[in-house]
Design a protein. Structure first.
Length: 319
């Protein structure tokens, strides 16, 4: 899309519509007293949209009012790679100035503005936020942050994104899907690195805190037959992939942890003495086991005896 054949008095409105349709609804205000020309090329690479924007000086804003009026869509993360000119992005009270060769992160679900004080060229990458596999709060911590080629993984990420933008229309669909996955992985690495830089205790402490919260969540919802890695990830606003990654160093899968905690609860209840002791089947169902045969097999594998034998042994020991 280009303003080349658009009448001068209609260029700004045309550019506004083009940007809003292609990316997300925004307001574009050209610098007062200057002519305005713009060119926008956009391609889809798997689930990543790559757009190259070249235009005269302008201010682009995504306001609270625009966000409220926009039909609810999947939250997107934006990355701007500055090719020429300067950009000044403001979001969440942070101000990031990006020169040619740098990049900036932003979140399209919250208000932001980008001021381009001179003619510029930039590559914009938009992809679903959930695919980064990072907690929403971590993304909020680093949105509105500029990264130079000399900073951390910026030296790897920037050349890769620039090359990808220049050749986005040349890849087949299967290759495009794989490359989109690489974009998500590299951006999640960048977010983790930036978060670590901003956290005094480092990323391990933040991960430990999240693991504790997940464990507490599992213990509170053991009775819920719908409890699963998917529902846990959704409750903590992280991806299932990131959830599994958190528990890799715990030496247990999330599904195995859920089963272990349910078996522990069943064993504890079956070992209690009382006149109105519930049946084995009732205990299993109470703690989220739907299939009695599966429960019996899992219990024997964990404790070496059947649930009924466990109850008899514990009752005898207690007597």
């Amino acid at each position: 899309m280009t303003t080349a054949s658009v009448p001068d008095d209609e260029k700004a409105a045309f550019w506004n519509r083009a940007m809003s349709r292609t990316l997300v609804p925004v307001e574009v205000v050209p610098r007062a007293g200057r002519s305005f020309e713009g060119h926008l090329a956009s391609h889809r690479l798997g689930y990543v949209r790559i757009s190259t924007l070249e235009a005269d000086a302008a201010r682009i804003s995504r306001t609270s009012a625009l966000i409220a009026r926009t039909p609810r869509t999947e939250p997107q993360v934006g990355v701007g790679v500055q090719v020429s000119g300067r950009a000044v992005l403001e979001q969440d009270g942070r101000r990031a100035e990006v020169s040619a060769g740098g990049l900036v992160l932003y979140d399209t679900t919250r208000p932001y503005s980008v001021d381009y004080p001179e003619r510029f060229r930039t590559h914009l990458f938009h992809l679903p936020r959930r695919l980064l596999g990072v907690p929403e709060r971590e993304l909020q911590q680093v949105a509105g942050t500029a990264v130079s080629p000399a900073e951390g993984c910026g030296s790897v990420l920037l050349p890769f994104l620039s090359t990808l933008a220049a050749s986005a229309d040349s890849y087949s669909a299967p290759v495009g899907d794989r490359l989109a996955g690489s974009v998500a992985d590299l951006l999640s690495t960048l977010v983790a690195q930036l978060t670590a830089d901003r956290t005094a205790d480092g990323p391990r402490a933040a991960n430990d805190h999240l693991v504790r919260r997940v464990r507490e969540h599992i213990d509170r919802h053991l009775c819920d037959t719908e409890l699963s890695p998917e529902t846990i990830a959704r409750a903590h606003h992280i991806s299932v992939r990131y959830l599994h990654r958190l528990f890799e160093r715990e030496g247990v899968t999330v599904s195995r942890l859920i089963q272990q905690r349910r078996l522990d609860a069943c064993a504890q209840e079956l070992g209690r003495r009382g006149r109105a002791a519930p049946t084995v089947s009732a205990v299993a169902q109470r703690w989220g086991f739907v299939n009695p045969a599966h429960f019996s097999r899992a219990f024997r594998a964990a404790y070496g005896v059947s649930p009924r034998e466990w109850r008899a042994l514990r009752t005898t020991d207690a007597g």
